[in-house]
Ligand binder design. Structure first.
Ligand code: AP5
Ligand code: ZN
Length: 207
């Protein structure tokens, strides 16, 4: 299936898209990870790092190109972190057809705690949380043994900027898909397992 996950920063898109990719054996396409891997790449607009550390969107042409390449190479995918504005949504509609769009619904107070407590593996990308999703050994990745780090943009100040950008630019994308009749809402506030159960049922019902 062609699956899109939407939701605010910290909604659990990265956590759940890994489950979706495993379950349906499809690639996980996430513009955030792709940009972090290329954060110092020189583009005509500057480097992705400058935008990401400010919590702002990286310019559309840079991000559109990443997505076009990833979805054209694949039979089925789970896309997370894109589209983030209406222009990107229109671009995506021109290059692929989505089967289902799932909005992970969470309150803003929840996402701030999730983001400031998040720890990530710099090697394999697995997400943890100091309270809600701890690795077996504190500070060490279960999957590959690397030392966990905090993302540059997970400071309280940058989280505020990311939420502002979400309200301004990305919330209209939710309405775009609601009007297109493909939007499903999943409660994102349960445990990761509970959210996954509802998400899987939602995707299965839609495809
Ligand atoms: P991106 O990497 O996409 O970040 P984001 O959208 O802000 O989302 P996050 O990765 O922060 O959160 P998530 O929803 O994946 O949550 P997670 O599963 O990790 O983008 C970063 C930057 O890149 C942007 O600011 C922008 O600059 C740029 N960018 C990316 N895409 C772009 C685009 N299309 N256009 C332009 N610019 C773009 O979970 C969060 C935490 O909560 C974790 O610690 C996790 O363990 C924990 N958690 C997860 N689920 C639960 C649960 N159910 N209960 C308790 N804890 C949970
Ligand atoms: Zn790892």
């Amino acid at each position: 299936p062609n699956v899109l996950l939407l939701g605010p920063p910290g909604a659990g898109k990265g956590t759940q898209s890994t489950n979706v990719a495993d379950e349906y054996d499809i690639p996980h396409v996430t513009t955030g990870d792709a940009l972090r891997a290329n954060r110092d790449m020189e583009t005509e607009f500057g480097t992705p790092r400058e935008f990401m550390e400010a919590g702002e969107l990286v310019p559309d042409p840079v991000v559109n190109e990443i997505v076009a390449e990833a979805v054209s190479e694949s039979e089925g995918y789970v896309l997370d972190g894109y589209p983030r504005n209406e222009e990107q949504a229109e671009y995506l509609a021109d290059i692929t057809a989505l089967d289902v769009v799932c909005l992970l619904d969470v309150d803003e107070s929840v996402v701030v705690d999730r983001l400031t407590g998040r720890r990530v593996c710099p090697e394999c990308g697995t997400n943890y949380h100091v309270e809600f999703n701890q690795p077996e050994e504190a500070g060490v990745c279960d999957e590959c043994g690397s030392e966990l780090v905090q993302r540059d943009d997970d400071t309280e100040e940058t989280v505020k900027d990311r939420l502002r950008v979400y309200h301004e630019s990305t919330e209209p994308v939710i309405e775009y898909y609601r009007e297109a009749g493909v939007l499903e809402t999943v409660d994102g506030e349960g445990s990761p397992e509970e959210v996954w159960e509802e998400l899987r049922a939602t995707i299965d019902a839609a495809v």
